[in-house]
Design a protein. Structure first.
Length: 163
């Protein structure tokens, strides 16, 4: 009788359950490209240059962070001597935020707790997501910070291999 109970318990423990939508998203991703397309004209630009830098990470505890930087940024020799114009350039060549996230398999919502852009803090930033193997595509349509016209931001990421 105890062998039957053990066999049933073993069979139940070996049952596989479908992976949640978040399982594919979990981990750290390295930025490959970051483009902006103006909705009205189709004009595309590489927002942070041809070789932008950045990481986005989604953890199992429901937290996320993203940090992005232009491929060529000013590198001040002494931050205590940086002009306000140089500080503006440093601000304009990066983006960073962190918070919690919810993922339904197609859309991820970043609930922003802290951001380089204080207007995002306390907001829910929705992103369209596609995952194919070790490639992550994130797109969103927003109003341009320059002229307010709608633009589609497209970010391509590659999964960082675990060490």
């Amino acid at each position: 009788m105890s062998i039957r109970i053990f066999a049933c318990a073993f069979a139940l423990s070996a049952t596989t359950y479908p992976a949640s939508a978040s399982d594919e998203l979990y981990g750290t991703w390295k930025l490959v490209s970051f483009t902006q397309e103006v909705v009205g004209t189709g004009q595309k630009t590489n927002v942070f240059g041809n070789a932008p830098k950045g990481f986005i990470s989604y953890s199992r505890d429901g937290r996320m962070y993203a940090i992005l930087a232009k491929d060529e940024r000013p590198k001040p020799t002494d931050m205590s001597k940086v002009t306000n114009e140089q500080r503006v350039e440093l601000f304009n060549t990066m983006a960073a935020y962190a918070g919690t996230f919810v993922f339904d398999g197609k859309t991820v919502t970043h609930n922003v707790d802290i951001s380089w852009n204080e207007n995002w803090t306390g907001t829910a930033q929705k992103r369209n997501v596609q995952i194919e193997g070790n490639k992550l595509s994130i797109t969103t349509t927003i109003a341009s910070g320059i002229d307010g016209k709608p633009v589609v931001l497209a970010l391509e990421w590659e999964k960082v291999a675990p060490r």
